[in-house]
Ligand binder design. Structure first.
Ligand code: PLP
Length: 364
């Protein structure tokens, strides 16, 4: 069945596909938002309508994730990548040190940035296994002096994911860029969660930070204003002009998710979707090889390889004819990566699984 508006199955790792009803609503309101006579793109961020937009985005996100009252939601800029620096600039100064769990490329980048600020202790690194697994976080040896522990809940490039929240003593800072809102999360297990919007929430531009209030108090007094979580919180994410459009679309996505049954329902849909692809891999008799260990398999980014580079090229070339777009794996893993974020339709997973079976029949 063809997709509405001639859309393809967008399997890109990010920016990624968004819910069609959200895009339709944005289109509807593009030239005149709610009778204001202007687009959200053209609207003052100090205006009443925009205040309402950011306020309900915060409220709906809090509802979706069940965020406790002692946390603050921020919409910042600079992507998850700026958080690689902003978190250590806040909590790794003044002689402190931090523990990092590295399960893939993004965790490694977080370490590189943190090392510019202070001593970093890598407590676990999946490098020897080419980042195909995740550790049991509770059984790792942490430094009692660590001012925080950093982890990446889903490694987008390798397709490995933690499937439960950690229970750790030190404050946990978690990069949830590629699996936020894909499942229910116990926010109270984390001191700070950050995520770029463009994987599961909206268009690029906004970075969501969910921060416990005691972490705001720990930010050093002489912080640069734009990098100061406390100042950003005091100003309700409006210290300077925020990424208004991205925040607006994120807000529509939150409303859409709430309407579709919240995160428990999203989780069921995501598990079913990922199951279609992992079954296709496991049922191929070894023709397709999953990159991740089974226990660490991501329900957002499904990574697998084919028997040769030539077959991989042919597979990717043929995928386009099925409207399957954006499947090329990251060069560090090779092969194929199917990114199936919240808004990716289940039908696309069945289309990909059928294509995989047909390709194997012709080339296996
Ligand atoms: C995409 C991604 C990033 C980088 O995000 P930007 O918003 O582009 O800075 C960081 N971490 C993870 C897990 C990602 O998936």
């Amino acid at each position: 069945m063809s997709q509405p508006y001639g859309r393809v199955f967008n399997l890109s790792a990010g920016p990624c596909t968004l819910p069609v009803p959200v895009l339709e609503e944005a289109k509807e309101q593009l030239l005149n938002y709610n009778g204001t006579g202007m687009s959200v793109m053209e609207m003052s961020h100090r205006s009443k309508p925009f205040e309402a937009i950011i306020h309900s985005a915060e409220e709906d996100l809090a509802k979706l994730l069940g965020i406790p009252g002692d946390y603050k939601i921020l919409f910042l800029q600079g992507g998850a990548t700026l958080q690689f620096s902003m978190a250590p600039m806040s909590y790794l100064c003044q002689g402190a040190q931090a523990d990092y769990v590295v399960t893939g490329t993004w965790g490694k980048k977080a370490v590189e940035a943190a090392r510019l600020e202070g001593p970093v202790n890598v407590v676990w690194d999946g490098k020897a296994g080419n980042y195909s697994d995740v550790p049991d976080l509770e059984s790792l040896k942490y430094d009692a002096r660590a001012s925080y522990i950093h982890m990446t809940s889903n490694e987008t490039i390798q397709g490995v994911e933690f499937h439960r929240d950690p229970s750790l003593k030190a404050p946990v800072i978690c990069d949830m860029s590629s699996d936020i809102l894909s499942r229910p999360v116990n926010v109270s297990k984390y001191a700070l969660i950050y995520a770029g919007a463009q994987k599961n929430m909206g268009p690029a531009g906004a970075t969501v930070v969910i921060i416990r209030k005691d972490m705001l108090d720990r930010v050093p007094r002489e912080m640069h204003p734009m990098l100061d979580y406390r100042l950003q919180a005091e100003n309700g994410s409006l210290y300077n002009t925020p990424p208004c459009w991205s925040i607006y679309i994120c807000g529509l996505v939150y409303k859409h998710l709430l309407k579709c049954g919240g995160l428990a329902a999203a989780h069921s849909r995501n598990k079913a979707k990922a199951g279609v692809l992992y079954d296709a891999i496991d049922g191929s008799g070894g023709f397709y090889k999953g990159h991740a260990e089974k226990r660490a398999r991501s329900i957002m980014n499904v990574t697998f390889t084919l028997p040769s580079d030539d077959l991989t090229s042919a597979f990717l070339k043929g995928a386009g004819a099925q409207s399957l777009d954006g499947l090329k794996g990251h060069r560090s893993v090779g092969g194929v990566r199917a990114s199936i974020y919240n808004a990716f339709p289940e039908e696309g997973c069945h289309t990909l699984a059928s294509y995989m079976a047909e390709f194997q029949r012709q080339n296996g």
